[in-house]
Design a protein around this ligand. Structure first.
Ligand SMILES: NC(=O)C1=CN([C@@H]2O[C@H](COP(=O)(O)OP(=O)(O)OC[C@H]3O[C@@H](n4cnc5c(N)ncnc54)[C@H](OP(=O)(O)O)[C@@H]3O)[C@@H](O)[C@H]2O)C=CC1
Ligand SMILES: O=C(O)CCC(=O)C(=O)O
Ligand SMILES: [Mg+2]
Length: 414
């Protein structure tokens, strides 16, 4: 593959990590599969309008399309799902945004989303979950759900280290486990797929460190380590133990009543931050019944995937659930939801999740005034009951708007 399809927009400048963000940054975007074709242009239109309104033309994003997923196979060739020039651009321009990408179940290609996170070492998946006034919710008081999920984004069973049943690899790994590791517990070793779950001290430490720093910077009351460490002792249990240890060694947390919960004073505000843990199954009921008790959540990759969608449902669903994949150098923003294939091209779905992901991106580059306009206009559109189908079907007296009309309704309210 040597073709280049990326056109660098004239008049834009690179964002260079550690340097001031230029007023004319080039931001690469991946349109995404499925509903990507609907939500990505609406996101761009809304963000451009907010930036224009906030800065009167002094600042402007120069969007640069880069290709991955189905669109990339159409351009570069049938097996080119994530071309090298896309990776290179995401690194070179350091801040980017992407639509969702399809991953087939069972066979076929491995997740391009996971590949991107791993290749760019975007180890923090930050998914804030909070309530917007007027949004339909199954909870009596959805305002109590206000959490920031820090999901480890590069390891765990999600890393996709696994072998298909009956493949040479599966047979070999199972034989190794039985013959050399003394494993007797594989219930049906014949015709058995097998996977590996890596959870490391280093991977856990950097994620929990980011979660605790977020709690400090945002004056949150607690960080909860969510895990299934009673069952998977040396992976999820490690996650919990390393998290507690790090809170003590790096942040000076002291055990509460003999531990393992511990706490320290926020150096900025003097208020106490509690580090606690919860076993994942119980946590999933606690967030519904006692959401006010949770602030910042730190968890392994797979648990974070489940928790993200479950928490999103408490405050309106994945149509309005934003996210960011962050490393120490790069950031790639993306919605929590996927490609919702049955709605692709219908101009129907909620673009809110990708728009709010872009809002996080605006804050990330320090364009707070534009970010606030995005929030204000979304609240105003929802407050006026001008919403997409997902909210309209749950709200009395709402006007159902198309995806693009919802974007326009936001712009009209900036
Ligand atoms: N980061 C990424 O790129 C992700 C990619 N995926 C991939 O997406 C594909 C489809 O996955 P699937 O399990 O169907 O999950 P999706 O998140 O794509 O969709 C599930 C359901 O969520 C609702 N939904 C999703 N997006 C929106 C939106 N913007 N507005 C309103 N409602 C929305 C719809 O509910 P309803 O039917 O009730 O209207 C939809 O049917 C898979 O290949 C999966 O691997 C999945 C998650 C993340
Ligand atoms: O990569 C995928 O297809 C799914 C990813 C996903 O569900 C997520 O990151 O929340
Ligand atoms: Mg998911």
């Amino acid at each position: 593959m040597s073709s280049s399809f990326i056109k660098v927009p004239a008049g834009g400048q690179k964002i260079i990590p550690g340097q001031a963000v230029p007023d004319n940054p080039i931001i690469p975007f991946i349109e995404g599969d499925g509903i990507g074709v609907d939500i990505t242009p609406v996101m761009i239109k809304v963000i451009d309008a907010a930036v224009e309104k906030a800065y009167g033309g002094k600042k402007k994003i120069h969007w640069m399309e880069v290709y991955a997923g189905e669109k990339s196979t159409q351009l570069y060739g049938p097996d080119e799902w994530l071309p090298k020039e896309t990776f290179d651009a995401l690194k070179e321009y350091s801040v980017s945004i992407k639509g969702p990408m399809t991953t087939p179940v069972g066979g076929g290609i491995r997740s391009l989303n996971v590949a991107l996170r791993q290749e760019l070492d975007l180890y923090q998946c930050l998914r804030p979950v909070r309530y917007f006034k007027g949004v339909p919710s199954p909870l009596k008081d959805p305002t109590k759900t206000d959490m920031a999920i820090f999901r480890e984004n590069t390891e765990d069973i999600y890393a996709g280290i696994e072998w298909q049943a009956d493949s040479d690899g599966a047979v070999k790994v199972i034989k190794f486990l039985q013959d050399e590791m003394g494993v007797r517990k594989i219930r049906f070793p014949e015709h058995c797929g097998i996977g590996i779950k890596p959870v490391s001290v280093e991977g856990t430490s950097r994620l929990v460190r980011a979660a605790i720093r977020h709690a400090i910077d945002n004056d949150r009351k607690s960080v909860t380590l969510v895990h299934k460490g009673n069952i998977m002792k040396f992976t999820e249990g490690l996650f919990r133990d390393v998290g507690y240890k790090l809170a003590q060694t790096e942040f000076g947390a002291q055990p509460i009543d003999g531990g393992p919960w511990c706490s320290f004073k926020n150096p900025n505000t003097g208020r106490e931050i509690v580090i606690k843990d919860a076993i994942a199954d119980a946590f999933l009921q606690q967030i519904l019944l006692r959401p006010a008790e949770y602030d910042v959540i730190a968890c392994c990759n797979l648990n974070g995937d489940y928790i993200s969608d479950a928490l999103a449902a408490q405050v309106g669903g994945i149509g309005i659930a934003p996210g960011a994949n962050i490393s120490d150098k790069y950031a790639c923003f993306e919605a929590t939801h996927g490609t919702a294939p049955k709605y692709a091209g219908l101009d129907k779905v909620n673009p809110g999740s990708l728009i709010l992901s872009a809002e996080m991106m605006l804050r990330h580059i320090g364009w707070r005034e534009a970010a606030e306009l995005v929030i204000k206009s979304m609240e105003a559109a929802i407050g006026d009951k001008q919403v997409t189908y997902d909210f309209a079907r749950l709200m009395d007296g709402a006007t159902e708007l198309s995806c693009s009309a919802f974007g326009d309704a936001m712009i009209a309210r900036m």
